[in-house]
Design a binder for this molecule. Structure first.
Ligand code: OFO
Length: 172
């Protein structure tokens, strides 16, 4: 049975995914303002990825006849630090989201909800990827630090990130 407790928790996670999207869009605006278009584009792709995560939960709730309740999205920060600091923040944020997904999985197990466990498996794998992407970029940022030629090279590299591909629709 798809309990109300689990449905509420998924509605909260939809909100968390939209907050992630908003956070990365704010980081994109930050890099635009610093004339780092490649990093801005990377963050924009990350924003799009988060929208996909939110919509996958949205579709799943509808497919199971549950009521989606959209809540207010907190405002993200306006000011961010150096590129290294921004990517440290990305990694810390993704680690936090991973723990939210794991908590949801624990709840789905407690409630004996097998379809939600199956759905969350996709998010668990996705979070491994999310953390890997952030820590790979961070490792390279740390090598470069504030050295301008290195920053420009990384900016160019990050600008080549392809657009995310949406997964198959839940229930399709
Ligand atoms: Fe939705 O994975 Fe990032 O936050």
């Amino acid at each position: 049975m798809f309990t109300e407790r689990l449905q509420n928790a998924i509605n909260d996670q939809i909100n968390a995914e939209y907050y992630s999207a908003y956070l990365y869009l704010a980081m994109s605006a930050h890099f635009e303002s610093k004339d780092l278009p490649g990093m801005a584009a990377w963050m924009r792709m990350q924003y799009e990825e988060e929208i996909i995560h939110a919509l996958k939960f949205f579709d799943y709730m509808n497919d199971r006849g549950a009521r989606v309740v959209l809540k207010a999205i907190d405002a993200p920060p306006v000011e961010f630090g150096s590129p290294v600091e921004v990517f440290e923040e990305v990694l810390a944020h993704e680690q936090k989201v991973t723990s939210l997904i794991h908590n949801l999985y624990t709840l789905a197990m407690e409630e004996g909800d097998y379809p939600t466990q199956s759905l969350l498996q996709w998010y668990i794998d996705e979070q491994v990827e999310e953390e890997k992407n952030a820590s790979d970029v961070l490792a390279r940022m740390r090598m470069v630090q504030d050295y301008p030629p290195g920053i420009l090279m990384l900016d160019q590299e990050l600008g080549a990130r392809p657009a995310p591909t949406p997964p198959a629709q839940a229930g399709a």
